[in-house]
Design a protein around this ligand. Structure first.
Ligand SMILES: [Zn+2]
Length: 433
């Protein structure tokens, strides 16, 4: 199956970031990876492959095949979360016999794109089972809500710039009636009693599946393309590669969209701790561990902005980024992206080796642009790094658009990264295919 078709299946199964991590964990189980727990001793073997989850919303995998003490790490990092509406604890509000769900925005979403779309609800519910509070995945499996627009007849100004009040105007309507017991509904769906349901983290997501768009299927449209496209394609590159003189690591953090400052986000010490635990297990001294980090390289993979044909002025005219023109290497003078001349040179070398196309992105000098997880992760662990991503339109819309050829370019580039022998020093890099 093509990487695009696999990506679209993955997008459809990833009803929430908890579901995305669960999907990846199931694939790792099938691929012979051992599931480690952070609260237990790790009994590692120099021939085996492992993964660990944090909060069930971020996931880290590493391959120790052919491990020899002191090897560097080759890491690709991405994020699992996306902007959405998250249900508040007191979820239900009745307005004129309509059942409204009280929710708040998570991350920087484009409000109007969430109007008039059938929405499903998904995430995790905490229930009491055999005396323990445990996590259960929940997915409404059908559209349960919608945020209807106000008719143009009642707002003639709507096609001028319209702002929405998220507290009063962006509330999903989920039914009619004088009351609705939300916890009872969750309990019923999970086959438990109502008093077993303690709490939940549930978000709305468009019901529409990922689809090709274009007379020649040039594009892929879906919710959550940022950043599940980079997360999934780099995951495929990881599981289909072999270590070659370093340890291959896959990392996908939660909470990039709200600043990464959580226990499962890129600003946590998780990745650093995982590498320390590997070194500790193989009895590396502190200095040997630091030497292995100095031999390491991290690729931060998060989607990027292509030049929009209707808004050409939004991008730097001298750095035209196009859909279906390959992986984007992101630059920022202020190091919002970690790319430097040496780390970008590695992407060029891997592009030549693999045939994967790459293109450069820089924000306009008069636009601040966004940031991503590379620079944040770099505050916890000092490793040579580059920021890349796949080009897309409509970032943070409820329906984003990517090119259908770009996933293959990233897969080829990152497989070349994971498969090569990479010799890193502070002022030079050498790639041996
Ligand atoms: Zn992103």
């Amino acid at each position: 199956m093509s990487i695009n078709n696999k990506l679209m299946e993955f997008l459809d199964k990833s009803h929430s970031n908890f579901h995305a991590v669960n999907e990846m964990a199931m694939i790792l189980d099938e691929q012979g990876f051992t599931h480690l727990e952070n609260n237990q001793a790790w009994d590692l073997s120099a021939k085996a492959k492992y993964y660990v989850k944090v909060n069930n919303s971020s996931i880290f995998a590493f391959d120790l095949s052919d491990y020899q003490a002191g090897m560097g790490y080759k890491i690709v990092a991405s994020h699992t979360d996306a902007p959405t509406f998250k249900v508040k604890p007191n979820a239900v509000k009745i307005v004129n016999n309509y059942i409204i769900v009280n929710s708040e925005a998570y991350g920087g979403l484009i409000d109007y794109t969430w109007l008039d779309r059938p929405l499903k609800l998904a995430g995790r519910v905490i229930i009491k089972e055999d005396g323990k509070l445990v996590t259960k995945l929940y997915d409404s499996k059908k559209a349960v809500g919608i945020i209807p627009s106000l008719a143009i007849h009642m707002n003639r100004e709507v096609n001028k710039e319209t702002k929405f009040n998220r507290h009063t105007q962006m509330r999903p309507v989920v039914g009619q009636g004088e009351e609705f017991n939300f916890k009872a509904h969750l309990a019923n769906s999970l086959n438990v009693s109502e008093d077993a349901v303690y709490d939940y983290e549930l978000v709305f997501k468009p019901l529409e599946k990922a689809t090709y768009v274009g007379f020649n299927d040039e594009f892929v449209a879906s919710n959550h393309i940022d950043n599940l496209q980079s997360a999934y394609v780099s995951f495929e590159a990881f599981i289909n590669s072999k270590n070659n003189g370093s340890v291959n690591v896959y990392a996908s953090f939660d909470n990039e969209e709200i600043g990464s400052m959580t226990k499962q986000g890129a600003q946590a010490t998780i990745l650093r701790d995982i590498l320390i635990r590997i070194s500790d297990y193989f009895k590396l001294s502190n200095e040997e561990h630091l030497i292995s980090l100095a031999k390491s390289f991290i690729v931060s993979a998060d989607n990027a902005h292509a030049n929009h044909p209707n808004y050409l002025e939004a991008n730097d005219e001298n750095h035209v980024v196009s859909l279906n023109a390959g992986v984007v290497v992101k630059y920022s003078a202020n190091q919002k992206y970690t790319t430097d001349a040496l780390s970008s040179a590695l992407m060029q070398e891997l592009s030549k080796l693999s045939g994967a196309k790459i293109q450069a992105f820089v924000n306009r000098a008069d636009a601040p642009g966004g940031s991503t997880l590379g620079a944040i992760s770099g505050t916890q662990i000092s490793i040579m790094s580059v920021d890349i991503g796949l080009p897309q339109f409509a970032m943070h819309s409820s329906m984003e658009l990517a090119g259908s050829e770009d996933s293959q370019h990233m897969l080829d580039l990152l497989q070349a990264f994971y498969n090569c022998e990479l010799i890193v020093s502070s002022d030079s890099l050498q790639v041996k295919a």
